[in-house]
Design a protein around this ligand. Structure first.
Ligand code: SF4
Ligand code: SF4
Length: 133
């Protein structure tokens, strides 16, 4: 596996799908934005029975996507930080290559040790027990 995120790229932020939050993501992002967690939640978060995710605005895929990149980059949600080392991609060469058809960082840069990739995939599983059970 080779991967190196490409400067200035935001293609993954424009894909269909939801941005899920861990219980720790929520207060961290709120704090970064100078908001009370409950205000942040009211404005940006949608909760289901066992998951919480960012609301999806009408015009873009994410409230925090700017032309120059992610407005909350230093505290972005776990799934954004871990991508593309999600379990479904690390465990499937087919899915990894398929994702490489739109993520320009896949196939570039240094080789990533499989154990390091698996460690990130593990973190993803642990971060979102409601998604991976
Ligand atoms: S699509 Fe790939 S290269 Fe582009 S920002 Fe996302 S992870 Fe980085
Ligand atoms: S939170 Fe940031 S990194 Fe995640 S989808 Fe939104 S803009 Fe992209």
């Amino acid at each position: 596996m080779r991967f190196e995120c490409q400067p200035g790229c935001t293609v993954c932020c424009q894909q269909k799908g939801f941005v899920y939050l861990t219980e720790q993501d929520l207060p961290r992002i709120a704090h970064y934005l100078g908001m009370a967690p409950q205000d942040f939640e009211k404005r940006y978060v949608y909760r289901t029975r066992n998951l919480r995710r960012l609301r999806t605005p009408r015009a873009t895929r994410c409230h925090f996507l700017r032309p120059e990149g992610c407005a909350i980059h230093p505290v972005k949600p776990a799934q954004c930080r871990i991508f593309p080392f999600w379990p479904e991609l690390v465990d499937s060469a087919r899915e990894w290559h398929r994702t490489g058809s739109w993520c320009p960082g896949i196939g570039k840069g240094d080789l990533v040790q499989i154990e390091a990739a698996r460690e990130q995939a593990r973190e993803m599983r642990e971060s979102y027990p409601g998604l991976y059970h």
